[in-house]
Design a binder for this molecule. Structure first.
Ligand code: HEM
Length: 398
């Protein structure tokens, strides 16, 4: 790639819209050469169709260890583990690893979890109602619900949540230095290493325990791979959904006429959840891939070894696919959005995330009908500096 790449904007100026530059790229240069904050050059891809093509084409690798991978802040950070995480595996290795665990996230399994999620949501709201106002929704509801759920699913003690929440926030933040990130990473790995070792000695009836037993029976068990799985599920399992809970609540409070649609007919919440996922597309900093062969796409030659950053945030507002894509239309039913990615790496926890969001939104507005923000919108703090968009705090009252 030549040197005329434009610096890629990664900070929102409006809390409810992707960086304006990303929108502009989609209109004017849908596959454009950009310079990342790390100094590396990559192709930014912004159209819905091109994004789906790339994410499902095996000639694009998800390996973070490939020197051409478009790391956002550091050119090629040293790999933190000897074995790859699920999210960075390719081909057969990826499909085998994913097959081993995908059953744990089936729609059926998730439906069986629904009563327990409802209980967790109700208990969090009970605590909110019993305490003083205003309440920070992030700490009272958005974080504890997905965090408790993923802890129970994995068999991680929730009592340790302050420890791992603080470290995962560092990992997905853009401000911590690479040393701080590595420190947070190794502390988390140390914690999970002990947990996985305990489960190897006494397998428990939870996702990790069941995986250990099953893989051992198949002769395919490996300690470090299990550690990596525990790590990625623990982090991905609470940080992302927590951000969506806060943002969705804010958006619905800001637009009472949209909230009224759900209040009148809770059956519509699921469609609204899809639309909120599309509208916010919180994997804000893009999904990375690297070409392993020369690929021609939309008249552009992406050479082997070059990085690609997929900007699903604007792909999800592509007028070719979503009419009035800049508007939240709660009854749209945006089934073909790419907020969970696309292709083989499409989010493993999407059924869980949908269910959590649906239960939280239904229950919160039903149980606290007078809910409202306790501060003006300008005073809210958004995660403009994080890989995953969201809210740091959301003071609410009723
Ligand atoms: C609203 C919430 C969520 C959003 C927006 C989200 C988004 C995403 C996206 C965009 C990807 C694709 C990354 C890529 O292609 O490189 C992904 C993958 C993944 N997500 Fe999620 N996620 C959410 C919730 C969850 C939850 C609750 C879990 C776990 C319980 C989870 C676990 C994973 C895993 C393990 C992968 C990697 C899958 C693979 O590589 O095969 N996610 N997620």
């Amino acid at each position: 790639m030549t040197a005329d790449a434009i610096p890629l904007a990664i900070t929102r100026t409006c809390p409810f819209a992707p960086p304006a530059q990303h929108q502009q790229l989609r209109k004017e240069a849908p596959i454009a050469k950009v310079k990342l904050p790390s100094g590396a050059t990559a192709w930014a891809v912004t159209r819905h169709e091109d994004i789906r093509t790339i994410l499902s084409d095996p000639r694009f690798s998800a390996s973070r260890r490939n020197p051409g991978f478009p790391h956002l802040t550091e050119k090629t950070p040293p790999p933190l583990t000897a074995k790859p995480f699920l999210i960075e595996m390719d081909g057969q290795e990826h499909s085998a690893a994913r097959r081993a665990v995908v059953g744990e996230f089936s729609v059926k399994r998730m439906a069986a979890l629904a009563p327990r999620i409802q209980q967790i949501v109700d208990q969090s709201i009970d605590a909110m109602l019993a305490g003083p106002r205003p309440v920070d929704l992030v700490q009272a509801l958005s974080l504890p619900v997905p965090s408790l759920v993923i802890c129970e699913l994995l068999g991680v003690p929730y009592a340790d949540h302050e420890f791992f929440q603080a470290r995962s926030a560092k990992l997905v933040g853009r401000t911590p230095t690479i040393e701080e990130k590595a420190g947070a990473f190794f502390e988390l790995v140390g914690y999970l290493n002990k947990l996985v070792t305990d489960k190897e000695e006494n397998p428990t009836d939870d996702l990790l325990g069941r995986q250990i037993v099953k893989l051992r029976e198949e002769g395919a068990y490996d300690h470090e791979t299990m550690l990596n799985l525990a790590f990625i599920l623990l982090i991905a399992g609470h940080e992302t959904t927590a951000n969506m809970i806060s943002l969705s609540t804010l958006m619905l409070l800001k637009h009472p006429e949209k909230l009224a649609v759900l209040r009148q007919d809770p059956e519509k919440t699921l469609a609204a959840v899809e639309e909120l996922l599309r509208y916010f597309t919180i994997a804000e900093a893009g999904i990375g891939r690297v070409a392993t062969e020369d690929v021609e796409l939309g008249g552009v030659l992406i050479r082997a070894g070059e990085g690609v950053v997929v900007l699903a945030n604007v792909g999800n507002r592509d007028p070719e696919v979503f009419e009035n894509g800049d508007e939240l239309e709660v009854e749209r039913g945006a089934r073909n959005h790419i907020a969970f990615g696309f292709g083989p790496h499409q989010c493993l926890g999407q059924n869980l995330a949908r269910l959590e969001l649906q239960i939280v939104l239904d229950t919160l507005f039903r149980r606290i009908p007078e809910l409202r923000p306790a501060v003006r919108e300008e005073e809210l703090s958004f995660k403009d500096d994080a890989t995953v968009y969201g809210m740091y705090e959301f003071p609410v009252t009723w």
